[in-house]
Design a protein. Sequence first.
Length: 458
Amino acid sequence: DTPLLAAHVQSILQSTGGALLSWQLRSEEGSPLLHLACINEASDLGEITAVIRLMVAGGADPHVKDDDGDTALQAVMSLSEDADRQSEGDADEELEATKTMHVNSVRALLSCPELHVALAEVNSICQWLRRHVPEACREAALGDLRLRAGEAMVTRSWRSEELLSYLEQKAYDQRVGIEASKVEDFLARGASPSQRQNGATALLLVVLNPYSPMEELDKVFRLMLAAEPTVATIRDGFKLAPVNWASDYDNVAKQHGLARPNPAALLTLLPAIVAICPPEVDCGEACLKVASDGQCSATPPRNAPTTRFLEGQRVFARVEVPGGETCWEEGIIVGMWYREGCWPETHPGAPYEIRLVIGTRVFAVVDHDRIVRTKAPPKAVAAAAAAPRPSSEGATAPDEAGGRGESVAAAAAGASGGAAAGPRFRKRQAHGGEWELLDTRSGKARPCSPPDSDEEDS
């Protein structure tokens, strides 16, 4: 490139006799005149600043986009990204000199009051500085950015970038777990857990680290959700929420080449969500399909909390459906304290395994109305009312099996992987005329509603 001269540009502008230039002209590649000036990689800071300010003051719109859809600011920053890709990570003096020229152009644009600088621009510039600009050039550009956008906005964005850098280094460079104290410090200094890198928020980067222990993750998730509850609703480029990635912990481990998966993200994120996020904040939480090695405990673990429901009760479970949506399905609890082979012994397990009327077996990581409830949501009630009801005659317990002909025996057999000789739970009429639910395994019985009743049994 040939250096631009402010005096030459000023001479051209003055030669028009006060008439405005046609700033609509573009190069063969579709770049407007201001873009061509900004991507010049041979001009020093003083000259490029003078040139760009003259052009903008003369009518060049800094918000006009080129044929690639980039403004002049975006076009300059993309040059640094392209330079990094071409260098394949090898830093040299020539590359750093080129990037210094890019920084000069960005600083020149920031000096123009006509340039709109809001949160989106601040975040974009801070991300570019962290990922593609030599450290020696960053502070001067950040200083110019603070003058335009204010100290608070720039500080928050830069702290957020530092948090992203920390999380990235832990997961992909050092391959170690995240420290809650470090995250707490970043958040206290203004970092946002919703700041993104390649579409992934800081919260998602925590989920995608398969090296963190449960104790640290529990603290981190609660810190981030307390700071910004809606961060758990943000989906990435694959349209997946953090809970979706947390539930796919086996795949996350494989991406890192680990033989043993780490379920810590799943076992700590969902409890944090139901504890902190308001009910109206839909994070995509749902019951999940059981794994091939999943099984329920015959007796409650020592550290198991009291549950709201018992085995054999009919419930509605919120489950995932294609397209990233969820819906409520009717089912029956067929097991308690479900766990998978890689789950730590210190964790009691998921409180319920549920056999849905549609045949799928799922488990609930948390005992909460957000994913398991006794009353159907309005749409589910309407669907149930439209469905044919089974006869109240016979030995099976149709109400307990979901009201659509599913026997409890089939549900229990599905949960254990074997066949049952008969239904475990049977409704029967006692001598006094009242109805009770009999557990054929234990011989215990408890009062229940009549077979043709719409009342819920608890």
